[in-house]
Design a protein around this ligand. Structure first.
Ligand SMILES: [Zn+2]
Length: 189
């Protein structure tokens, strides 16, 4: 998604990590057990390939839709990407507008097509925000901007901003540079 214009005129962005305005829907008629078994099978196959000295070959075949996939990532990151790939096929992304509280729901997993639902009550902002996130960002939390390059390396760009400043810096970097991912997160405590 990255950024989406809401009907109310506000911009919904998912550059915050963890993102307090984004959630996921698992459709009730999907077999959750079958989904979990599918990614467990892939993880098992990955470690089998690691043991058999076919790690790079397996990664290239599994992530063939992403030819730039870095093959030097730690195993932990690969496992996360295997799970994310299944999630992207099975889960619908949901985004909440912080201004009007509309929910935007993806119509097909993995696509950029969303449908909006307006609330009957607008005072319940933060529907997709966890209690842990609210506690972590209370008391005027300071915010940091992070970057991840093509090789999966993460680096802190700058810290100590208000959330609005951090989001502005993040979007400036996104406009200027390509092939890098930027996000905004509360400063480490
Ligand atoms: Zn809105």
């Amino acid at each position: 998604m990255s950024q989406m214009a809401c009907r109310c005129g506000a911009t919904i962005s998912d550059v915050l990590v963890p993102c307090p305005t984004e959630g996921w829907l698992l459709l009730r008629d999907q077999d959750r057990e079958a989904l979990e078994r599918a990614f467990c099978r892939d993880i098992d196959a990955f470690f089998e390939a690691v043991r058999g000295g076919r790690r790079e070959q397996w990664l290239r075949a599994h992530f063939e839709a992403a030819p730039d996939y870095p093959v030097d990532l730690p195993n932990e990151d690969v496992v996360k990407d295997i799970i994310d790939l299944h999630d992207a096929r099975a889960l619908l992304s949901v985004a909440e507008c912080e201004k009007c509280c509309r929910l935007w729901v993806q119509t097909v997993p993995g696509t950029n097509v969303y449908r909006s639902y307006a609330p009957d009550e607008v005072e319940h902002a933060g529907l997709l925000r966890s209690a842990a996130y609210t506690a972590r960002t209370a008391n005027e939390a300071r915010w940091a901007v992070w970057r991840q390059d093509d090789n999966g390396h993460r680096a802190l760009i700058s810290a100590g901003h208000t959330r609005a400043e951090a989001e502005r810096i993040c979007s400036e970097f996104e406009e200027r540079r390509h092939k890098q991912t930027y996000w905004v997160a509360p400063d480490a405590e």
